[in-house]
Design a binder for this molecule. Structure first.
Ligand code: NDP
Length: 312
């Protein structure tokens, strides 16, 4: 299949692996790119020298295009951007910030730029800023999430109608059937996060991967809306935040409760009680940890089967 998304990134399947903190280093990104999708290195949890090493290892592990996800909240972002330019990374996905800040700089260096949004308003801003595509990420998604709680089913047709550039759907997508649904709604590709957390190559802690595949419907919830909203698996830390919010904790008190490095503690070090465990609602449908290439091929096969099946 060829469409605007496969042509934009020069890839075989319009399947993009989300750049997720503590999960997506060079091993995962290169495995997805080698399998015909687009792999992304998640730079949000990497110091600049670590990011440089991951990019260099990714270039050795694949001759296919890959990208880097840059959360615009990142403290040393100018260093990350410089490394990306110096290392000639072909694609950057930016998120959690204003798309006007870095898009033109990156594009001047021939880099394809995609911005992640959770509303049509920011999708239009991304197009105006010169982005090549947007990821429209619905409320089902794990990690940082929009305040307006717009679901993927509503967001994708709205954003697709508002833009001329291609839309990549995210949030609640782990199977080919869900991918087909997103494409019917107007997306030209999908970004998949949670399914790739449950991959052999993800750098997430094994205990976190095991918890993801054990989780069932209702096990995740949006939390910390007063700070930066984030979808988490419910655990002791999540309950502590809930309790603090019920007692009308101030922003400062919540920041103190969150502390530093909670995400690393949970997703990388495997502290399932005290850590922050970021994952999407779709974890309820993920039942096993698989190699990333098998995930890409299974999603694609499932997509083609669903496309060629009559409606029930
Ligand atoms: P915290 O402030 O709680 O902790 C910072 C963490 O980031 C530490 O674990 C630290 O590693 C690591 N880190 C990497 N580079 C730097 C740096 N230059 N300065 C300070 N710390 C650094 O933040 P979070 O863990 O909640 O988030 C970290 C980043 O990830 C943020 O930029 C945030 O925007 C992004 N993020 C992105 C998400 C997404 O969905 N894309 C979701 C959540 C967060 P160490 O412990 O080894 O010092």
């Amino acid at each position: 299949m060829q469409n605007r998304v496969t042509r934009l990134f020069d890839i075989q399947f319009p399947i993009i692996q989300a750049g997720m903190i503590w999960a997506s280093g060079w091993r995962l990104a290169s495995a997805v790119s080698n399998a015909g999708g687009l792999g992304l290195i998640g730079s949000g949890s990497m110091y600049p020298d670590v990011l440089k090493e991951h990019i260099q290892k990714c270039k050795l592990a694949t001759d296919k295009p890959f990208g880097v996800n840059v959360p615009l909240l990142y403290p040393d972002i100018d260093q990350h951007i410089q490394i990306i330019i110096d290392e000639k990374v072909p694609v950057v996905f930016t998120s959690a910030g204003n798309p006007k800040t870095w898009t033109s700089t990156l594009k001047q260096h021939g880099i394809k730029v995609v911005h992640v949004v959770s509303s049509s308003k920011f999708a239009v801003k991304s197009e105006e800023a010169g982005c090549d595509a947007v990821v429209a990420e619905g409320f089902e998604a794990g990690g940082h999430n929009g305040r307006e709680e717009t679901t993927t089913l509503v967001l994708i047709p709205s954003v697709s109608a508002a833009l001329k550039i291609p839309v990549i759907a995210a949030g609640g997508i782990a199977t080919g059937r869900q991918m087909l649904a997103a494409m019917v709604l107007g997306a030209e590709g999908v970004q998949v996060g949670s399914r790739f957390v449950a991959s052999t190559e993800a750098s997430s802690h094994q205990q976190f991967k095991d918890m993801v595949i054990r989780s069932v419907e209702g096990d995740t919830q949006l939390s910390l809306k007063q700070l930066t909203p984030v979808r988490l698996l419910k655990n002791k830390f999540f309950e502590a935040v809930q309790q603090a919010e019920q007692q009308c904790a101030s922003k400062e008190e919540l920041m103190q409760l969150l502390g530093r490095g909670r995400a690393k503690k949970g997703m990388f070090e495997g502290d399932l009680e005290e850590g922050e465990l970021e994952i999407g609602q779709v974890s309820a449908l993920i039942r096993k940890v698989m190699p990333a290439a098998e995930i890409v091929h299974e999603i694609w096969k499932d997509f083609e089967t669903a496309l060629n099946s009559p409606l029930k």
